[in-house]
Design a protein around this ligand. Structure first.
Ligand SMILES: Nc1ncnc2c1ncn2[C@@H]1O[C@H](COP(=O)(O)OP(=O)(O)OP(=O)(O)O)[C@@H](O)[C@H]1O
Length: 592
């Protein structure tokens, strides 16, 4: 019941005006045919009277009047049907758009961690399936239930006046159909839930085959046919399962329909019998058989409407399951302001962290300090935990143990938005927005307007300005190949744009995860030559495998399997002759 109410609220919120129009028109649609039926009865009755009396002219003119009204009513019914369809299309569109936005709003709220669980992906996928149409369908099935109930009640009064058993037979005969319909919805729903992952796998293969990024490897490694075959065999499996379910359902439906059919035949037999023996007039025969036919129709749509309500109710659970997800990275009730400027800086104290879906700790007992204005470098082999530290610092995840503080205040006491405003992070898998250059840079700080001076300055600092000047529309040029007139950039050029985005934000800490990995040696040298100037009094955390660039850092932390194993300046670490010195010498040797 609660889900039905929520679905209606969603539809109402999408457009209260169109919801009202839609429901009103549908109500008319259920009442008007009944009025038409009544006029037809009057016409037949009049014909019957005319056969018995002499004043045929007067009766005929009355019948003409009734026919005229019937014609008008038919016009009205058709007009109502057309307008109703228009209202229904408009409302559906409104609901789809509204729900899409609701879904996106929820998606940007939930924890990053949620995206890493297959169960969450299943929930998201199902919510995506259901959101566009399920609430409108719920409204439609509810209105159809209302509509058929009104029709059925009105006809029931007529049929009861004939004989109470008629409507009882009809109702009784429809019980098996109803039970079967409900049962079938449940089976279908369970199957959809269970096969979500398989459907996602098929979609993923489809994505690999259609998207631009995988296209190169798919051609070069000749993966196309292999992936298509895998896609096809998944779809085959889904198809077979669905076919088995629908075949079983069709057979059951045939049996129940047979049962209802017999009951209907008996009832018709009764009506005909009563007419032959003169208990019903000819008009009654027409009226009752029409009414009975309509009762059948109304009952059929009532059962199907109730079945749909039940089915929609089951499937809406998926949408609401997603909308009910709450982030665990919670906002404090009374947030403190992030100190600006920081006095003591950022301190990681005995920080440990384990990803939810992982059997081992990614970070173990880490102690690390970033003082105001300090440039810190984080080095270490792949998988040693560098990026994870940054995710913890920016509260994309919360630490499992220990604490991270700014000027002694735990990060969890700041509002997440305020914290993010003070940190400018570019991850190694940064986003290439298929938008204008200006947007790509401005997205680094949308709290301020995208004035050309700010954008150009950030682009100059990252070395992107020269690239942008060579584009036909400069800062207004679209990037990427998704849209017309977009220009694709090289990996290093994209990286310069991403770096400009990081520089734009007036943050107290700039975190760059492999910021120059795709840049040529000259561009990289240019960025780092001016890096200290660029940072001015800001702190920076650099993650890089290129040890030549970390020499200029004030302090270097070396990570190994989630732990910090060494820290100091370049000279101190070289003198220590430990992991850093070893890594540095390997790289230096490769350049000789
Ligand atoms: N989302 C995740 N879920 C589970 N485990 C993860 C996740 N992300 C990273 N890990 C694991 O955490 C460990 C640290 O990964 P992290 O990305 O922090 O390493 P890194 O030092 O940044 O590596 P690289 O130099 O390759 O970028 C690795 O063992 C990795 O497998």
């Amino acid at each position: 019941m609660l889900k039905i109410k929520r679905a209606i609220v969603l539809v109402w919120q999408s457009s209260s005006r169109w919801t009202l129009i839609h429901v009103t028109l549908i109500t008319f649609q259920s009442i008007l045919p009944l009025a038409l039926l009544y006029i037809i009865k009057l016409i037949v009755d009049n014909i019957a009277i005319s056969l018995r009396t002499g004043d045929k002219m007067q009766i005929f003119s009355h019948i003409i009047f009734l026919l005229f009204n019937a014609g008008l009513l038919m016009l009205l019914i058709n007009f109502n049907a057309v307008i109703s369809e228009l209202a229904s299309t408009t409302l559906s569109q409104r609901v789809t758009d509204h729900l899409q936005v609701t879904l996106y709003k929820k998606a940007i709220q939930i924890d990053l961690e949620s995206y890493e669980s297959p169960q969450h992906q299943d929930i998201l996928e199902r919510a995506k399936w259901e959101a566009p149409y399920r609430p409108t369908q719920m409204l439609n099935s509810l209105t159809s239930v209302g509509q058929s109930t009104v029709s059925l009640l009105a006809i029931a009064v007529l049929l009861i006046s004939l004989h109470w058993a008629l409507i009882s037979v009809l109702l009784f005969a429809s019980i098996p159909t109803m039970i079967v319909r409900f049962q079938q919805s449940k089976v279908l729903y369970k199957w959809r839930r269970y096969q979500t992952e398989m459907e996602r796998k098929a979609n993923y293969l489809g994505h690999l085959l259609l998207e631009y990024h995988p296209a190169k490897e798919i051609r070069l490694f000749n993966l196309g046919d292999l992936l298509i075959n895998r896609f096809y065999s998944l779809r085959q499996q889904l198809f077979k399962e669905k076919l088995a379910i629908t075949t079983r359902q069709a057979i059951t439906r045939l049996i129940t329909q047979g049962f209802t059919g017999i009951a209907i035949l008996i009832t018709y037999g009764f009506i005909i019998n009563q007419t032959i023996y003169g208990k019903f007039q000819l008009g009654d025969l027409v009226l009752y058989s029409q009414a009975f036919q309509r009762a059948q129709g109304a009952l059929g749509s009532l059962i199907s409407g109730l079945g749909q309500v039940h089915e929609n109710n089951l499937f809406l659970a998926d949408l609401f399951e997603f909308l009910a997800l709450n982030p665990t990275i919670s906002e404090p009730l009374h947030p403190k302001l992030v100190p600006r400027p920081m006095q003591q800086g950022i301190v990681f104290q005995d920080v440990s962290f384990q990803y939810q879906n992982s059997p081992r700790q990614a970070i173990k007992q880490v102690n690390l300090t970033i003082a105001p204005g300090e440039i810190i470098a984080l080095v270490g082999e792949n998988g040693s935990g560098k990026t994870t530290l940054v995710k913890l610092l920016s509260r994309l995840y919360d630490v499992t143990q220990g604490s991270i503080t700014i000027d002694g205040i735990n990060l969890q006491h700041f509002s997440v938005k305020d914290l993010h405003r003070q940190i400018s992070v570019i991850f190694q898998d940064y986003t290439r927005y298929q938008l204008t250059v200006e947007d790509n840079i401005w997205f680094g700080d949308i709290d301020l307007p995208p004035t050309p001076e700010r954008i150009t300055q950030a682009a100059r600092q990252s070395g992107a300005d020269a690239v942008i000047q060579s584009l036909p529309k400069g800062y207004q040029n679209l990037l990427g190949k998704w849209f017309r007139e977009g220009e694709e950039l090289s990996g290093g050029q994209w990286q310069k744009i991403a770096l400009a985005r990081a520089f734009l934000r007036d943050a107290q800490l700039v975190v760059l995860d492999e910021p120059t990995s795709a840049m040529d040696a000259k561009a990289e040298a240019e960025v780092f030559q001016q890096f200290r100037d660029l940072m001015r009094d800001r702190s920076a955390l650099l993650i890089t495998h290129r040890l030549s660039t970390v020499k200029m850092a004030d302090r270097i932390y070396v990570m190994h399997q989630g732990e910090i194993v060494e820290n100091g300046t370049h000279d101190q670490l070289m003198a220590l002759r430990g992991t850093y010195a070893h890594l540095f010498e390997i790289q230096a040797r490769n350049y000789q």
